[in-house]
Design a protein around this ligand. Structure first.
Ligand code: SAH
Length: 280
């Protein structure tokens, strides 16, 4: 089915569980004429939702030019074309590089966000990434491997904030991670959680350890790919003796739907509330 325009949809497939794609993403897949997906982590079950006759290809083994040409060729035929990416398309995928090629051809693009593996890993481990008065910041990053890190973004520098760190593409670099965190002042027994294939039905594995033990644990478990590493002062918060209650739920805190110590009034927004609704 074509909507008459030349367009490519970039859709976040989510972290692996086919049910973690958005409703919008699923609806678009059902209508698509052609889908190019990234092989390694996008569960093939997502393809179950494509219609009969939909052309499906794996971009594993294609270089950027081949990916671009595949999408451009089909978009020019006014087919409904989808580029399906793992997690969210805006994190560690080839997105802008493809959009630039589409721009040159006058082909429109649109992006449907997806559940990133960082969030799926936290959910799998039943951990919160932020906690009042512990950390209010999450850093999504990776360790320098073949891709160089820009100035100011070495793990050691980022870790010095002692905020939550979610590390992509870094499971083979645990030795570096350990050293960088210790250099940044984290203690050896600070907790770390590694989630392998977060949300993948039957394949997810969760390894809990500390900065000094996690490398050996992952080695023993044979975990060498497709893993999210979370290091955070919030880990294990479920077992903390005392948790500061979030200001959002404190009895003396005004919230748009709740006036302190009063029964909630109708959920009708005034203009000033509309403008202030993000200030929680
Ligand atoms: N766009 C993706 C990231 C792609 S980069 C996202 O938003 O999640 C690939 C890296 O993402 C992997 O090396 C791994 O660190 C992480 N990753 C992707 N899917 C994962 C999953 N199901 N479980 C754990 N980590 C995953």
């Amino acid at each position: 089915m074509s909507d008459g325009s030349m367009k490519v949809w970039f859709i976040g497939a989510g972290p692996g569980d086919p049910e973690l794609i958005t409703v919008k993403g699923k609806n678009l897949i059902e209508q698509a004429d052609a889908i190019l997906f990234t092989g390694s982590l996008v569960s093939e079950t997502v393809m179950l939702w494509s219609k009969e006759g939909c052309e499906i290809a794996d971009s594993k083994g294609m270089n950027l030019e081949e990916i671009n040409n595949w999408l451009i060729e089909r978009a020019k035929k006014k087919q409904k074309v989808i580029r399906l990416q793992t997690g969210d398309p805006g994190l560690y995928g080839v997105l802008v590089e493809i959009i630039q090629a589409l721009d040159k051809e006058g082909i429109e693009s649109a992006i449907v966000p997806g559940v990133s593996s960082a969030l799926a890993a936290a959910a799998a481990a039943q951990e919160t990434l932020t906690l009042p008065e512990v950390t209010q910041t999450v850093i999504l990053t990776r360790v320098e491997g073949r891709t160089p890190m820009p100035d100011g973004e070495s793990l050691e520098e980022l870790a010095s904030h002692h905020a939550t760190l979610c590390l992509f593409l870094s499971i083979t670099l645990l030795h570096k991670i350990e050293q960088n965190l210790l250099n940044a002042g984290w203690s050896e027994d600070a907790p770390v959680v590694v989630v392998h294939k977060a949300s993948w039905p039957g394949e997810q594995r969760i390894i809990r350890g500390t900065i000094s033990t996690i490398r050996q644990q992952c080695k023993e478990a044979g975990i060498t790919s497709q893993s999210m590493i979370i290091i955070s002062p919030t880990l294990g918060a479920r077992g903390f003796d005392e948790i500061k209650k979030s200001r959002l739920y404190a009895a003396d805190f005004n919230h748009k739907f709740r006036i302190k110590n009063k029964v909630p009034r109708a959920l009708k927004k005034t203009n000033s509330e509309k403008h202030n609704s993000d200030n929680t």
